[in-house]
Design a protein around this ligand. Structure first.
Ligand SMILES: *Cc1c(COP(=O)(O)O)cnc(C)c1O
Length: 373
């Protein structure tokens, strides 16, 4: 078997050892004669997996005890609605910081929830330029102070489609906000260490960097969760999931099991500092090939906002981009086509993509530019 070199944006590459472990344990989990999928979510076998995934995540991210770690369903898209349903009370305003397409989607759902619940939504900063289909995002906002008394301020810390990342430079920290800071970190999670205590509420769809689709990870301050509305159906209240240790109803057990495998692998690799070192090197290789090409490849994103996770770039015209994709495919490189809404090329460089994979892409880019420049 020859594995593909997978630059998919999500669902994305998973670390081979995490998959091999799942393969080895598939039919007979922990000597039980059954797959982990076939176990009760209330049995001791599954419970150990659930616990281990939580403990590993807490350890890797140094999550303070005053935070809950939840494994939910519905994807980041459900969080777009569930966050304002819980945390935007009547008469209050939530501030949204927009640096790309996912932030726009979060905003749109928040507006619908505000209309239902009597709250208001405000765009505090947007880095978008142009209108409609021509709208472009090429930089992260420098500052996102919220309106005084805001219920929360929402950021999308990495814009997966536009390749724009907040606090992307080495050593950069997320700003401290007076209002509770809520972040969609779907494509920004677990690739480097960061200070969880600056956030009130973090959510991430697992399929970018921590596991398969079907699991949504939430890391949230307990006292923030406690502020949520109490008149919602129970399933939509975060407190329900926090009080029941993410076992209120049947969780996506196999997905959480795979998250456990990925987290164990991250730990084995040396944790988040080791992840960051490799990820910085991968980003250097790909952006290096862009910058060394004398304009053959163009990254629309300003250098200080370039995403280490999703590198987007364009070639002279779409025909040449198609040719590039075809040549990449011959070398087993897949997932490089940019999102349908923006076109171009996108290389997603999540944890499971190796430095060798990024080097192969960077070499292809240099060679392709030489031949076609
Ligand atoms: C992929 C992605 C989403 C959507 O995730 P779903 O799990 O499909 O709902 C939302 N936000 C960001 C930043 C993403 O990368």
């Amino acid at each position: 078997m020859t594995r593909a070199i997978n630059f998919n944006a999500g669902p994305a590459a998973l670390p081979l050892p995490a998959l091999e472990r799942a393969q080895a344990e598939l039919l007979d989990f922990a000597g039980s004669g059954m797959s982990v999928m076939e176990h009760s979510h209330r049995g001791k076998e599954y419970e150990a997996v659930h616990r281990e995934a939580q403990v590993l995540l807490r350890e890797l991210l140094k999550v303070p005890d005053s935070y809950d770690v939840l494994f939910l369903q519905g994807g980041a898209t459900q969080e777009f609605a569930q966050v304002p349903l819980n945390f935007l009370p009547a008469g209050k305003t939530a501030d949204y910081v927009i640096a790309g397409a996912w932030g726009e989607k979060a905003l749109s759902e928040a507006k619908a929830c505000a209309a239902l619940g009597g709250g208001a939504v405000r765009v505090s900063v947007s880095t978008g330029k142009g209108e409609g289909k021509e709208k472009q995002y090429t930089s992260a906002p420098a500052d996102f102070a919220a309106a005084p008394g805001a219920a929360y301020v929402h950021i999308t810390s990495n814009e997966t489609i536009h390749g724009v990342q907040l606090a992307s430079q080495p050593g950069a920290e997320f700003p401290r906000c007076e209002a509770p800071l809520v972040a969609d970190m779907s494509s920004d999670f677990l690739w480097r260490p960061f200070d969880v205590s600056r956030f009130a509420f973090i959510y991430a769809g697992a399929q970018k960097n921590i596991g398969p689709s079907g699991v949504t990870v939430v890391v949230a301050k307990k006292d923030f969760i406690a502020q949520g509305r109490k008149d919602l159906p129970k399933i939509f209240q975060y407190r329900t999931h926090a009080e029941n240790d993410s076992l209120y109803n049947t969780p996506p057990t196999f997905g959480i099991y795979l998250v456990r495998n990925v987290l164990a692998w991250v730990k084995e690799q040396g944790g988040l500092s080791a992840m960051e070192k490799a990820n910085r090197e991968k980003a250097r290789l790909v952006y290096g090939a862009i910058d060394a090409s004398g304009g053959f490849y163009r990254c629309p994103v300003e250098p200080q906002s370039r995403s280490a996770m999703n590198a987007v770039f364009r070639l002279r015209d779409e025909k040449l981009e198609e040719q590039f994709l075809a040549e990449a495919k011959k070398q087993r490189m897949v997932g490089l086509k940019g999102h349908r809404s923006v076109g171009g090329i996108r290389a997603s460089l999540y944890n499971a993509v190796t430095v060798g994979n990024a080097r192969a892409l960077s070499s292809l880019m240099a060679e392709f530019a030489r031949r076609n420049g």
